[in-house]
Design a protein around this ligand. Structure first.
Ligand SMILES: Nc1ncnc2c1ncn2[C@@H]1O[C@H](COP(=O)(O)OP(=O)(O)OP(=O)(O)O)[C@@H](O)[C@H]1O
Length: 872
């Protein structure tokens, strides 16, 4: 029979069952220990030693551990590594455990400290400063698929922000891509869930519960005052709150009243578009090289988080965009105000996150200090901005939210020392003068310390031992120590000293006088700590009571920071305020790609600005020209300019008239995306299909060499058909870059399509790329010249030239790839004709009485139908 597991192992296994897939941090004294597979995973992720401890089922138990005092750093790495962690703390002291065991009539030697999981630490439920990135929001998202709609609830518990939305199932991916959540939870029966979704019971996602919980949390009788929430939204809210409850073991973090996100309020972008425009992350996943890295001049982490949100979800409402632009303008025209403001902002602590920790019960005296300092900086900013004449409405609303905290700031200023510590158990954070009783206790222990110093001098004198010292450690408390050779003197019966410990080179003693002073220190210290703790609780209570107003101040500071930072960026890069219009145009004068421009500037090169003038009657530009000529750059810069403008930013152009778009699509031909798992051409086509089904007349589409991921004929045919469909059916603004010269023939049939190319010149046999956009089709492709530029060996180039000459000769004789395409009817016409033909066939089939036909007649009929189908 297998050995019974030890009581400790039984306790561990029970907790581990509760922890489920989360790694169990099992508290043992000053360490969190991990066992079994948890230990193996943690040892690998953390790169720490894996050992063993005891046996289980006849096998050694793998174990590793991390010290409690440095656990945060290890937690951060585990969370980054995709793990979740359950923290099992000791819920009684070893002394209590012994007492309890005695009371239970069991042998004290069997005493086992009871433990409980106090919290699950997961990527989406972090509040600790050390575990969060200051410039990135940390979102937890719950998804509730219900019949034909999906509810989405998102919250950032580090600041309490919460929003609810619903969308059709086919828009879910785009919504999730916009949110960029750290953790997603969904019900167990969600069929399309991605692999990393945390699965929770279906009954957690009941809309009635969502409503009840939200009402309970915010102490309101109805949600009507907060907004219009659909059933899927409430179901998702229920799932989110249930998960937070689970992670916090019943203690809910900070949640602000939810905001309902309207579906048409934002410029919609799907995941592929976000990736290809490199909005928050470059293709390699890092921030460097992304749009945000190039735009972000925010002075605070909260501002940077707000900017990331703005760029992820640009607006689709003219009024709201104009409000933001007016705020940026206000700071753009006043560099002095901007500089002063930004200097103050740089000093302002992250009060949103400090508040999140305090409300979640994980706050420290330092967080209280941050609230104090942040709120008083907010007050300064209010005075600074309030003095400006003609404050734009958005800024006016923001500065209103900055005030109203005078009493709290005053109280915190009186109560706290200048830089309160993160650790509260040691005390020392309440300012002197705030509480006289506390001051008296401190004085007592201060006096006792002086008395101990006096005792030391006295004992040195009395014993004639100048090396005598009074020391302190955790185990013995205060003690007298002399080098071993003087020990005997103090050992004497009547010396007044009692022996405590003999060390290698020293002997330690106690004395009645020292004991008395030490007790006074201990007692006063304990009372002082208790007093500080009570003040801490009271101050936290006061902050928590003001949480919504403080959160509003934090949000206002972030918005002001974003406006000033965008103004700073505009001034730095000579950007201009876009004119926003409610029509389908995009007129950019001397537009630039902000990221490429910045990269070129670093290398001492100049970016060539280009115009773009899309209008209703010239809405599709087909752009050709040599490789490396700047086609992709041009496409993207216009998409980015639109995105920036709708996010409320100035844009990298001399002037811009931007017609509001409802959706933005960006697609890159498959060859650029080799890293993906799926067949690249398949991906390209799936993504193109999404555009064709979702774009509207108000959308803006950029297509970069779509079709090149397959054979030349197929690719060109697809590119041709896609351009026609965009022109004839979607009728949206579109820039289409292609190497297929043949597509230029489309200009003959599509009246709102025009041809453009990036210019290049051959000079003394070498290719010079001008990066300049010009009207008209590209005259040739310069592929071989680019290859030469890239260092392909001359013999290979020579051979390629010979092949090319042959091919071109063939083309001249046969009319080339697109021979015969000239009389091809347009896409819409062909589609209609196709439909008609299919209907004629259907009629003929419908008229057939199959039972009445002989086998011979059936065969004849089949031949007839087939020849009918073949006619066009
Ligand atoms: N307007 C510009 N001014 C200066 N340099 C530019 C400009 N546009 C592009 N470049 C430079 O040319 C390089 C290639 O640009 P881009 O990738 O846009 O070319 P492309 O025509 O799309 O090439 P390919 O057809 O090979 O994909 C960029 O990395 C940049 O360094």
């Amino acid at each position: 029979m297998a050995d019974q597991p030890t009581p400790m192992m039984q306790q561990y296994l029970a907790l581990k069952r509760e922890a489920g897939e989360a790694l169990l941090f099992y508290r043992m004294g000053d360490f969190f220990e991990l066992f079994f597979d948890d230990a193996k995973v943690a040892a690998q992720v953390l790169d720490i030693a894996l050992t063993t401890r005891g046996e289980h089922g006849g096998q050694p138990v793998p174990m590793c551990g991390v010290p409690v005092h440095s656990a945060e750093g290890y937690l951060a790495r585990l969370i980054k590594g995709g793990c979740r962690v359950a923290i099992a703390e000791q819920t009684e002291t070893p002394d209590d455990a012994r007492e309890r065991t005695k009371r239970e009539g069991k042998p004290v030697s069997k005493a086992l400290v009871s433990r409980d999981i106090v919290r699950f630490v997961t990527a989406g439920t972090l509040t600790e400063e050390a575990l969060l990135e200051p410039r990135r929001a940390n979102l937890l998202v719950a998804v509730a698929p219900i019949r034909d709609g999906v509810g989405i609830a998102a919250c950032d518990i580090s600041t309490g922000r919460m929003e609810l939305e619903d969308c059709p199932p086919d828009r879910l991916d785009a919504a999730l891509a916009r949110l960029g959540a750290s953790e997603v939870v969904g019900p167990e029966d969600w069929e399309d869930a991605a692999a990393d979704v945390i699965v929770r019971p279906r009954h957690d996602f009941r809309s009635e519960d969502g409503e009840t919980r939200l009402k309970g949390i915010h102490g309101i009788a109805t949600l009507d005052g907060l907004g219009d929430f659909s059933r899927p939204m409430l179901a998702a809210a229920a799932g989110l709150i249930a998960y937070l409850d689970h992670a916090g073991r019943g203690k809910l973090p900070f949640l602000l009243p939810p905001v309902a996100r309207g579906s048409g309020a934002h410029l919609a972008m799907d995941a592929a578009t976000r990736t290809s425009l490199e909005i928050l992350a470059a293709q390699n996943g890092g921030r460097e090289g992304s749009l945000i890295a190039c735009v972000d001049r925010c002075a605070t982490g909260a501002g940077a988080r707000q900017l990331a949100e703005d760029l992820s979800a640009p607006l689709a409402d003219l009024g709201a965009i104009e409000e933001r632009l007016a705020s940026v303008h206000h700071f753009h025209v006043d560099p002095l105000l901007r500089a002063d403001l930004r200097a103050v902002l740089r000093q302002a602590p992250d009060i949103g996150r400090a508040l999140g920790r305090l409300v979640a019960g994980r706050g420290s005296p330092r967080d209280l200090g941050q609230i104090r300092d942040g709120l008083s900086e907010a007050r300064r900013i209010r005075d600074m901005l309030g003095a400006s004449a003609d404050l734009p409405p958005l800024l006016g609303r923001m500065i209103e939210a900055l005030g109203g905290h005078a009493a709290l700031v005053d109280h915190l200023a009186r109560a706290l020392v200048a830089s309160p510590p993160t650790e509260r158990s040691q005390g020392g954070f309440v300012a002197s003068g705030y509480d006289h009783a506390l001051d008296a206790l401190r004085e007592t222990s201060g006096n006792a310390r002086k008395a101990i110093a006096a005792l030391e001098a006295k004992y040195r004198d009395e014993t004639g031992t100048s090396s005598l010292k009074i020391k302190h450690n955790k185990v013995l408390g205060y003690f007298i120590e002399v080098p071993a050779k003087h020990g005997d003197k103090l050992m004497a019966q009547d010396s007044g000293f009692t022996h405590r410990q003999t060390m290698a080179g020293a002997v330690r003693f106690n004395s009645i006088g020292l004991h008395e002073e030490a007790s006074r220190i201990a007692e006063a210290g304990a009372h002082a700590l208790a007093a500080e703790e009570a003040h801490f609780e009271e101050l936290v209570g006061e902050v928590v009571a003001m949480r919504e107003a403080i959160a509003a101040t934090a949000a206002a500071l972030a918005r002001i920071d974003v406006s000033a930072a965008l103004a700073e960026r505009a001034a730095e890069g000579d950007w201009s305020r876009p004119q926003m219009l409610d029509e389908s145009c995009l007129e950019i004068t001397e537009g630039r790609h902000p990221v490429v421009e910045q990269a070129l500037a670093k290398a001492g090169e100049r970016f060539v600005a280009n115009d773009c003038t899309l209008a209703q009657d010239d809405r599709l530009w087909l752009i050709g020209g040599p490789n490396m000529g700047g086609k992709s750059t041009f496409l993207r810069q216009n998409a980015l300019i639109m995105l920036l403008a709708q996010a409320g930013s100035f844009v990298p152009a001399t002037a811009a008239r931007v017609g509001l778009a409802d959706r933005l699509f960006s697609r890159v031909g498959a060859a650029d995306n080799l890293a993906r798992g799926r067949s690249t051409f398949m991906v390209e086509m799936v993504e193109t299909a999404a555009i064709l089904s979702q774009a509207t007349e108000r959308s803006f589409v950029i297509l970069d060499e779509v079709g090149r991921g397959t054979s030349t004929y197929d690719g060109m045919a697809l590119a041709w058909a896609v351009v026609e469909a965009v022109h004839e059916q979607l009728k949206c603004r579109c820039l289409f870059a292609t190497h297929y010269h043949e597509l230029s023939r489309l200009a003959e049939t599509c009246d709102a399509l025009s041809l453009h190319h990036v210019r290049a010149r051959e000079w003394k046999g070498d290719l010079v790329l001008l990066h300049e956009l010009a009207r008209g089709a590209a005259d040739r492709s310069y592929g071989l010249s680019v290859a030469k530029l890239a260092g392909v060996p001359p013999p290979v180039i020579k051979r390629a030239k010979a092949v090319l000459d042959k091919l071109e000769k063939g083309r001249a004789e046969t009319g080339g790839l697109a021979a015969g395409l000239g009389d091809l009817p347009l896409f819409a016409v062909t589609a209609a004709a196709e439909e008609e033909k299919r209907d004629a066939l259907r009629d003929a089939l419908g008229a057939l009485d199959v039972d009445a036909l002989s086998p011979r007649e059936a065969l004849d009929e089949l031949y007839r139908l087939k020849s009918e189908a073949a006619k066009s």
